[in-house]
Write a protein of this length. Structure first.
Length: 183
Protein backbone atom coordinates (compact mmCIF):
# COMPACT_ATOMS: atom_id res chain seq x y z
CA UNK A 1 0.00 0.00 0.00
CA UNK A 2 1.03 3.55 -0.70
CA UNK A 3 0.99 6.36 1.83
CA UNK A 4 -2.40 7.93 2.60
CA UNK A 5 -3.43 10.85 0.36
CA UNK A 6 -5.84 13.70 1.04
CA UNK A 7 -7.00 16.71 -0.89
CA UNK A 8 -6.03 20.24 0.12
CA UNK A 9 -9.31 20.83 1.97
CA UNK A 10 -8.92 17.53 3.86
CA UNK A 11 -12.42 16.47 2.74
CA UNK A 12 -11.23 13.45 0.72
CA UNK A 13 -8.84 10.77 1.99
CA UNK A 14 -7.66 7.49 0.53
CA UNK A 15 -4.82 5.00 0.66
CA UNK A 16 -4.27 3.75 -2.89
CA UNK A 17 -2.70 0.38 -3.52
CA UNK A 18 0.12 2.19 -5.28
CA UNK A 19 1.13 5.55 -6.67
CA UNK A 20 2.81 5.84 -10.05
CA UNK A 21 4.67 8.94 -11.22
CA UNK A 22 4.73 8.96 -15.04
CA UNK A 23 6.89 11.32 -17.07
CA UNK A 24 4.88 11.35 -20.30
CA UNK A 25 1.95 9.84 -22.22
CA UNK A 26 3.85 6.57 -22.81
CA UNK A 27 4.43 6.12 -19.07
CA UNK A 28 0.78 6.93 -18.36
CA UNK A 29 -0.33 4.34 -20.94
CA UNK A 30 1.98 1.71 -19.42
CA UNK A 31 0.60 2.40 -15.94
CA UNK A 32 -3.00 2.20 -17.17
CA UNK A 33 -2.35 -1.11 -18.92
CA UNK A 34 -0.66 -2.58 -15.81
CA UNK A 35 -3.56 -1.50 -13.63
CA UNK A 36 -6.11 -2.92 -16.08
CA UNK A 37 -4.28 -6.25 -16.13
CA UNK A 38 -4.52 -6.32 -12.33
CA UNK A 39 -8.19 -5.26 -12.30
CA UNK A 40 -7.38 -1.99 -10.50
CA UNK A 41 -9.06 1.37 -10.99
CA UNK A 42 -6.89 4.32 -12.02
CA UNK A 43 -7.33 7.96 -11.06
CA UNK A 44 -5.05 10.86 -11.92
CA UNK A 45 -4.11 13.36 -9.27
CA UNK A 46 -2.56 16.79 -9.49
CA UNK A 47 -2.59 19.31 -6.67
CA UNK A 48 -5.65 17.78 -4.99
CA UNK A 49 -7.43 21.12 -5.13
CA UNK A 50 -10.90 19.76 -5.94
CA UNK A 51 -13.44 19.33 -3.16
CA UNK A 52 -14.75 16.23 -4.94
CA UNK A 53 -13.48 12.67 -4.84
CA UNK A 54 -12.24 12.93 -8.44
CA UNK A 55 -8.76 11.66 -7.51
CA UNK A 56 -9.86 9.08 -4.95
CA UNK A 57 -9.08 5.43 -5.70
CA UNK A 58 -8.08 2.39 -3.73
CA UNK A 59 -6.29 1.19 -6.89
CA UNK A 60 -3.60 3.09 -8.77
CA UNK A 61 -3.17 6.80 -8.30
CA UNK A 62 -1.27 8.55 -11.10
CA UNK A 63 0.67 11.53 -9.77
CA UNK A 64 1.08 13.73 -12.86
CA UNK A 65 3.45 16.29 -11.30
CA UNK A 66 6.31 15.35 -13.66
CA UNK A 67 4.13 15.54 -16.80
CA UNK A 68 4.77 19.25 -17.26
CA UNK A 69 6.98 19.86 -20.28
CA UNK A 70 6.19 22.57 -22.84
CA UNK A 71 6.07 20.45 -26.00
CA UNK A 72 5.28 22.96 -28.73
CA UNK A 73 4.49 26.61 -29.38
CA UNK A 74 2.82 27.30 -32.72
CA UNK A 75 2.29 31.01 -33.55
CA UNK A 76 -0.95 31.77 -35.42
CA UNK A 77 -1.44 34.56 -38.00
CA UNK A 78 -3.81 36.49 -35.70
CA UNK A 79 -1.17 36.93 -32.96
CA UNK A 80 -2.46 34.11 -30.78
CA UNK A 81 -0.53 30.85 -30.40
CA UNK A 82 -1.28 27.20 -29.81
CA UNK A 83 0.78 25.86 -26.93
CA UNK A 84 0.96 22.14 -26.11
CA UNK A 85 2.03 21.29 -22.56
CA UNK A 86 2.05 18.29 -20.27
CA UNK A 87 -1.26 18.03 -18.44
CA UNK A 88 0.38 17.96 -15.01
CA UNK A 89 1.93 21.42 -15.29
CA UNK A 90 0.90 23.71 -12.45
CA UNK A 91 -0.85 26.90 -13.56
CA UNK A 92 1.83 29.00 -11.83
CA UNK A 93 4.56 27.37 -13.94
CA UNK A 94 2.43 27.47 -17.11
CA UNK A 95 1.89 31.21 -16.72
CA UNK A 96 5.65 31.73 -16.20
CA UNK A 97 6.47 29.62 -19.27
CA UNK A 98 3.95 31.58 -21.34
CA UNK A 99 5.19 34.97 -20.04
CA UNK A 100 8.76 34.05 -20.99
CA UNK A 101 7.45 33.66 -24.55
CA UNK A 102 5.38 36.87 -24.52
CA UNK A 103 2.13 34.91 -24.14
CA UNK A 104 -0.66 34.55 -21.58
CA UNK A 105 -3.83 32.62 -20.87
CA UNK A 106 -6.98 34.34 -22.09
CA UNK A 107 -8.49 34.00 -18.61
CA UNK A 108 -7.02 32.83 -15.32
CA UNK A 109 -8.60 32.31 -11.94
CA UNK A 110 -7.04 33.49 -8.71
CA UNK A 111 -5.56 30.11 -7.71
CA UNK A 112 -2.40 29.09 -9.54
CA UNK A 113 -1.53 25.96 -7.55
CA UNK A 114 -3.80 23.72 -9.62
CA UNK A 115 -2.60 21.53 -12.46
CA UNK A 116 -3.77 22.37 -15.96
CA UNK A 117 -5.57 19.04 -16.35
CA UNK A 118 -7.31 19.44 -13.01
CA UNK A 119 -8.36 23.01 -13.72
CA UNK A 120 -9.89 22.24 -17.09
CA UNK A 121 -11.37 18.87 -16.10
CA UNK A 122 -13.24 20.37 -13.17
CA UNK A 123 -14.50 23.45 -15.01
CA UNK A 124 -12.35 26.15 -13.39
CA UNK A 125 -13.82 29.38 -14.71
CA UNK A 126 -11.38 32.19 -14.06
CA UNK A 127 -12.74 35.69 -13.70
CA UNK A 128 -14.91 38.12 -15.65
CA UNK A 129 -18.43 37.80 -16.98
CA UNK A 130 -17.34 38.33 -20.59
CA UNK A 131 -14.39 35.92 -20.53
CA UNK A 132 -14.60 32.22 -21.31
CA UNK A 133 -13.63 29.59 -18.75
CA UNK A 134 -10.33 27.76 -18.84
CA UNK A 135 -11.74 24.69 -20.64
CA UNK A 136 -12.87 26.94 -23.51
CA UNK A 137 -9.20 27.76 -24.19
CA UNK A 138 -8.47 24.10 -24.98
CA UNK A 139 -7.83 23.41 -28.68
CA UNK A 140 -6.75 19.78 -28.31
CA UNK A 141 -5.92 17.05 -25.82
CA UNK A 142 -3.77 13.95 -25.71
CA UNK A 143 -5.75 11.30 -23.88
CA UNK A 144 -4.77 7.90 -22.53
CA UNK A 145 -7.85 5.69 -22.73
CA UNK A 146 -8.87 2.98 -20.27
CA UNK A 147 -7.31 0.46 -22.66
CA UNK A 148 -3.96 2.27 -22.54
CA UNK A 149 -4.19 3.76 -26.03
CA UNK A 150 -2.84 7.27 -26.59
CA UNK A 151 -5.06 9.42 -28.80
CA UNK A 152 -4.86 13.06 -29.85
CA UNK A 153 -8.26 14.74 -30.01
CA UNK A 154 -9.40 18.04 -31.51
CA UNK A 155 -12.77 19.79 -31.29
CA UNK A 156 -13.80 17.88 -34.45
CA UNK A 157 -13.60 14.54 -32.61
CA UNK A 158 -16.68 13.16 -30.88
CA UNK A 159 -14.72 12.30 -27.72
CA UNK A 160 -13.18 15.78 -27.40
CA UNK A 161 -15.85 17.35 -25.17
CA UNK A 162 -16.04 14.52 -22.61
CA UNK A 163 -12.22 14.29 -22.58
CA UNK A 164 -11.79 18.03 -22.12
CA UNK A 165 -14.27 18.66 -19.33
CA UNK A 166 -15.06 15.22 -17.98
CA UNK A 167 -13.40 14.72 -14.58
CA UNK A 168 -11.27 11.96 -16.11
CA UNK A 169 -14.29 9.81 -16.98
CA UNK A 170 -13.02 8.89 -20.47
CA UNK A 171 -9.31 8.63 -19.70
CA UNK A 172 -6.26 10.42 -18.37
CA UNK A 173 -5.22 13.72 -19.92
CA UNK A 174 -1.54 13.52 -20.81
CA UNK A 175 -1.13 16.81 -22.71
CA UNK A 176 -3.28 19.81 -23.50
CA UNK A 177 -3.09 22.26 -26.41
CA UNK A 178 -4.26 25.74 -25.45
CA UNK A 179 -5.11 28.75 -27.57
CA UNK A 180 -3.24 31.56 -25.81
CA UNK A 181 -3.00 35.30 -26.40
CA UNK A 182 -0.16 37.82 -26.54
CA UNK A 183 0.81 38.96 -23.06
Amino acid sequence: MAAPWENWARTQRVTPRRVERPLDAGDIADAVRRAAAEGLRVRAVGSGHSFTGAAVTDGVQLDLDAVRRVERVLPLPDGRSLVTVGAGIRLRRLCAELAARGLALENMGDIDHQTLAGAISTGTHGTGARLRGMAAQVAGVRLVTAGGDVVDLTPDDEAFEPARLGLGAVGVLAAVTLAVVPA
